[in-house]
Write a new protein. Structure first.
Length: 183
């Protein structure tokens, strides 16, 4: 009588080698490739939209920072929008005492914050109150010590076709509100 192993198989039988055949691996790789081909465009769209929304949130936060600094220091804050260089920054004019303390009497403005717009999106236009939108050059809006500002709108174009975002800043509350727009 032949002895059997602990698994119950006879010692004389051939055991199949553990692993996958080339056909099984090819099928698995093919399925993974199809799943990636379907899902990657969705991930890219999602990433581009998140970059656009993050830029909008950053501009809204900069409006809050500008208002806070204007009220806190009782001096105007300038919200610069440079459409050609795709940059937004905040400055606050320095007093004579502040410039002397900084040992730089030639410095007129104290930089507060700078935002470089991602290359994935574009800074399309800026509009002060009822003026026509500007698509080139620089637009400056002021935040005043009483908590108000020059009402303005900044428009961004997203990387995806038809996606865009407009930040509308209310002149009374100085709050920026993002609005999706078709570009």
């Amino acid at each position: 009588m032949k002895t059997t192993s602990a698994t119950g198989s006879r010692s004389g039988w051939k055991r199949r080698a553990a692993g996958f055949s080339l056909i099984e691996l090819s099928i698995a790789v093919f399925i993974v490739a199809i799943i990636m081909a379907v899902s990657i465009p969705s991930f890219i769209r999602s990433y581009n939209n998140s970059v656009l929304n993050e830029t909008g949130r950053t501009v809204v936060t900069c409006c809050q920072l500008a208002r806070l600094n204007a009220v806190l220091h009782q001096r105007k804050v300038v919200f610069h929008i440079d459409l050609d260089r795709q940059v937004i920054w905040l400055t606050q004019p320095m007093t004579n005492e502040t410039a002397e303390a900084a040992n730089d009497p030639d410095t007129a403005d104290l930089p507060l914050k700078k935002i470089e717009v991602s290359p994935r999106i574009g800074l399309v236009s800026a509009q002060l109150a009822d003026q026509p939108p500007e698509q080139r050059g620089e637009v400056d809006a002021l935040f005043y010590p009483n908590g108000t500002c020059d009402g303005f709108t900044v428009t961004f174009r997203g990387a995806e076709k038809g996606s865009g975002l407009a930040i509308v800043v209310d002149p009374v509350t100085s709050r920026g509100v993002p609005w999706p727009v078709k570009s």
